[in-house]
Design a protein around this ligand. Structure first.
Ligand code: GLY
Length: 397
């Protein structure tokens, strides 16, 4: 066999090995990942101070980076601990999760941003789902009520950030994720008004945030007087006109989740259109882990955003529940591909390394030169969620 042919054959066989197909393989991959995650989070748990939350890991300094409780990511670590407790029954994970909820609870009154859904539902939502402890439900319902304080009737949306030199009344696509707190609360003893606000916000976002190709702007800056957008911008993307990768994943997840609660066709259609845009995007790499912005031509030096891939996988698995035939298969194939590649050494940490985080190579914000090519709590959270969703929905018992 000549040299060239040998190289082609080797590459082809590597591709075949990496390519997900048989379900039995995926069962093994998922089980190994979850067992690994339990062990790895014990490593992380040993380094987290009692009064703060993990945020990322500084590999050069071998140092955990933490956040305070008002930071938007404060719910992901306890949420992941609950998911891993659910999988393993390991009481020490539950104990760690309970300790974190005890310090997080006071944020149910926090009105400083729109992130209460991320903060309080990923954490207390999972805690209540698993334990049915009514005290957790009370926290969720209070947090939902608090979030409504940021609803602005004139723009028919929830204001994301306070006004600043850059923006007057900014609403970001990420905000779709916070609606889960409102929808769940309305369906579980809270006022109907919570769902009304969530749906009004989601409808406004369909009108103002999306371009004709179903990509989304990151930030819409509204005029509170006229109720209309005054500018369409980015904060974390490559350009105002670009498709910031995590924002696209938030949109996909957000509308899929809204369909779960409302069964409104417009939300399902929106999610399907977004999925179509992402899955067929010419800049989506073969392993389906997006570059940090879809509008940036790819290449070996361009950063991936593993968090965007993990969120997309979890969302596509849910969208697969609401679709059939070829379309469903396409969503599941992409989700499978993401899971299999995230489970490979290219993206998954070596046991005991990476500060105890699961995944490598996420991006917080390139324009702010912050958290570039690092582990992040939300990448881990949505990865574990995707593993559990796949196991629950698509693997035979
Ligand atoms: N919600 C902030 C972010 O996705 O970075």
């Amino acid at each position: 066999m000549n040299q060239k042919l040998l190289v082609v054959c080797l590459c082809f066989s590597q591709l075949l090995q990496a390519q997900p197909d048989a379900q039995t393989d995926l069962r093994k991959v998922i089980d190994n990942d979850l067992k690994f995650a339990v062990q790895q989070y014990h490593v992380l748990m040993n380094t987290v101070p009692a009064d703060s939350m993990p945020r990322t890991y500084n590999a050069a300094a071998d140092r955990l980076v933490t956040s305070n409780l008002e930071w938007w990511t404060s719910g992901f670590y306890p949420g992941t601990l609950w998911y891993l407790y659910e999988f393993s029954g390991d009481a020490s994970l539950r104990k760690a999760a309970e300790q974190k909820l005890s310090i997080l609870e006071k944020e149910k009154y926090y009105t400083g941003n729109h992130d209460l859904g991320f903060m309080m539902f990923c954490s207390f939502g999972n805690a209540y789902r698993i334990t049915k402890d009514p005290a957790y439900k009370e926290v969720i319902l209070t947090a939902a009520q608090t979030l409504t304080k940021r609803y602005r009737p004139s723009i028919k949306a929830i204001q994301s950030w306070d006004s600043s030199a850059a923006f007057r009344c900014p609403v970001i696509i990420d905000n779709m994720m916070n609606l889960e707190l409102l929808e769940w609360s309305a369906a579980n003893g809270g006022e109907n008004q919570l769902a009304d606000i969530a749906e009004t916000h989601a409808n406004t976002t369909i009108i103002n945030h999306f371009r004709p190709d179903y990509s989304t702007w990151h930030v819409i800056d509204y005029d509170l007087q006229t109720g209309l957008p005054r500018a369409k911008k980015t904060a974390q993307g490559a350009a105002d006109s670009s498709s910031w990768a995590r924002g696209q994943s938030w949109g996909l997840y957000g509308y899929t989740m809204m369909y779960r609660f409302t069964r409104k066709k417009s939300y399902l259609m929106q999610a399907r259109h977004i999925a179509d845009y992402l899955i067929h995007h010419p800049n989506l790499p073969a392993d389906k882990i997006p570059y940090w912005d879809y509008s940036v031509p790819g290449g070996p030096d361009v950063k991936r955003d593993v968090s965007a891939g993990a969120i997309m996988a979890s969302a596509l698995l849910e969208l697969g529940q609401y679709t059939t035939g070829k379309e469903k298969k396409e969503y599941l194939d992409v989700a499978k591909t993401i899971i299999v590649y995230l489970s490979s050494p290219a993206y998954l940490a070596t046991p005991g390394k990476n500060g105890g985080f699961l995944l490598l190579h996420s991006v917080g914000s390139i324009p702010h030169k912050s958290e570039i090519d690092v582990p992040l709590t939300y990448a881990d959270y949505y990865f574990v969620e995707a593993l559990l969703r796949y196991k629950k929905w698509y693997l035979k018992k």
